[in-house]
Write a protein of this length. Structure first.
Length: 93
């Protein structure tokens, strides 16, 4: 298995338990680690055998900036589900 880790991604979003958090918004920082089902990409050097780091960034950005969640765990679960659905090679997030 190969791992891709992206740290300190910052996005502005409208999430939180309180209404003012969802109205005013705030900065959210994310560290994401994606594990692939195998490490075939190490030998193949082929993007088809992995998930592109720019795709990871875009998926997290879209979720944070375009959705609203009351509970941050739900936001994290949504991001994980989107990353797993995006690529057949993703084993876990």
């Amino acid at each position: 298995m190969a791992k891709i880790r992206i740290n300190n991604m910052m996005f502005y979003g409208f999430h939180g338990q309180y209404e003012y958090e969802r109205e005013q918004g705030q900065k959210f920082y994310f560290d994401v680690e994606v594990t692939t089902k195998n490490d075939k990409v190490v030998d193949s050097d082929d993007m088809a055998d992995t998930i592109n780091s720019s795709a990871i960034y875009s998926i997290v950005k879209e979720a944070v900036e375009n959705k609203k969640f009351h509970v941050l765990q739900a936001l994290g679960g949504h991001i994980g589900d989107k990353l797993i659905a995006h690529s057949d090679v993703v084993a876990e997030v």
